[in-house]
Design a protein around this ligand. Sequence first.
Ligand SMILES: [Zn+2]
Ligand SMILES: [Zn+2]
Length: 253
Amino acid sequence: MYLIDTHAHIYLPEFDADREACLEAAERSGIGSVLMPAIDASTHNLMLQVEKNHPLCLSMIGLHPCSVKENFEDELKEVSHHLDQRPFIAIGEIGLDFYWDRTFTDQQYQAFHRQIQLAIEKDLPIVIHSRDATDECIEVVEAYPGLRGVFHCFSGNTEQARKIMDTGFFLGIGGVVTFKNAGLDKVIRETGLSQVILETDAPYLAPVPFRGKRNQPAYVKLVAEKLSSILELTVEEIAATTTANAKKLFRLA
Ligand SMILES: [Zn+2]
Ligand SMILES: [Zn+2]
């Protein structure tokens, strides 16, 4: 079985004590790649260092909407600078987050659009973070026909899922699908797997039975197992389809 964790912040300090062990556990669980979304300049170098030491881990670059503050122009310069230095697998994570703070709504939109332009220039997929802003993010994506990417940690309704699929974007499904009352099982039964990829968002959002604890890439297997019971397919079938989807989106070998 070959799984891909398409979203894990394995470079954060939460893993400093046992990063090697976590990545070995991931490999034992059949995880062949761990894709690392960027956050901001305070962690870009940590991420690049982990990538250097672990062939399993591949970097994206981008400015997270929660890190969009007064200095977002400087942060965007950093993103451009990194993009000029070397190839990346995606621009991410980028988007809109109105859950924590709406102070920088306007700047969040500017940063989102500017990074979409970078993705178009470099012909890269984007990884969208949308919290309390899914409809707003869908509206932005609809304005860029041909753009490709994923709504990471998708937890919306069937109508939102359909709109996202109509734009050609993928749904990033993680631990939330294992939460009771999240309602994501019903959505997945409607949408099927054709535009689904798997993720953990480690260290956040651990699936049941580890809900509330630190998440890690090996747990992407629990997400696959949950989808297998929802869709009445084998875990191998879930792995085959979602891995093929991830390889296609991120152009992995
Ligand atoms: Zn996110
Ligand atoms: Zn994330």
